[in-house]
Design a protein. Sequence first.
Length: 352
Amino acid sequence: MRTDNLYIAGAAARVPDLFPVAEAVRRGWYDAGRAEAEGWTSVAIAGDLSAPELAAEAGIEALKRSGLIGDQIDLVLHSGVWHQGPEGWYAANYVQDQVVGTTAPAIGMNQGCTAVLDAIRLAYGYLSVDPDANAALVTAADNFGTPLVDRWNYADGWGSGRGSILGDAGGAVVVSTEGGPLRIRALAMSSLSGWEHLYRGDEAMYPPPVTRGVPATLGRRMASYVQRHDPEGYLLQAVTRDLVRARTTLARQVMEEAGVGPDDITRVTHVFTGHPRYLANLLRPLGIAPERGLLELGRAHGHLASTDQVLGLTHLVETGAVSPGDHILMMGNGGSISLACAVVEVLEQPSW
């Protein structure tokens, strides 16, 4: 979908201290062979700082950078992959209270690694139909340093070709229909829900496993499901084929809607990886050189779930890696399987 009047007025990321992968290997948390093969160098670890606090800190900075004030934010959308706080309590309301302090709607989302791009698309719909609404705050955050999830080994056993360790971070963008230094030229979303069973595996949906004290071992769950139902490996081949085809098609669609081609894409934000093979598989089908991705940034932080794209975008702007006239392709895909893409044009160099 082409978006002629959607802008990023401000963006920010709250990244905690980085913990060296070599130290995790020394302590026996992370297998040395996997560490060498997967390429991660460090991971962001937030300690006792909660995910909503990470999101709120990023949101405060993004709002400041936007030049807007709390009363001008008409919608707050907050996302997180992992648990955010006490049951029966909603992190989106905390973020809204801490950042804007108004009575604007505050809505939580749980959409995995595409959450920020999905939320921006939904925010655009909201802003488009309400003549009095002009801006929205979109945040995302996770802290995976809790019981029942092992950030180093949660994906162990699943041959995704990417390898994954989980990092903690918060991110925020302020989107506006009235202006900003970055313009979102087009947005696109899709899903392959026919593959959700692969992520669900053979675990009972009720009671939810985490309420029974079952660790979130996603990799082993998926691998066990494939071994039980498809020992020949055809299932893995099929899901890989469908994912590559779907995300390539979606990226081509969003570039076409934005009126740009592969040669016009200066940089790409994406799901963080420690291995260049993932970027090659992601970008070469689009005719985009893998070097336009963010390999080293991702290697240093771990997979930040829904915050990868926000940190990537913020990093490109803050470091001057993009300039007016450049285009950024934002690509996300997440569990079960959701897909989202956007093309962002740099109109002017922000003061961030």
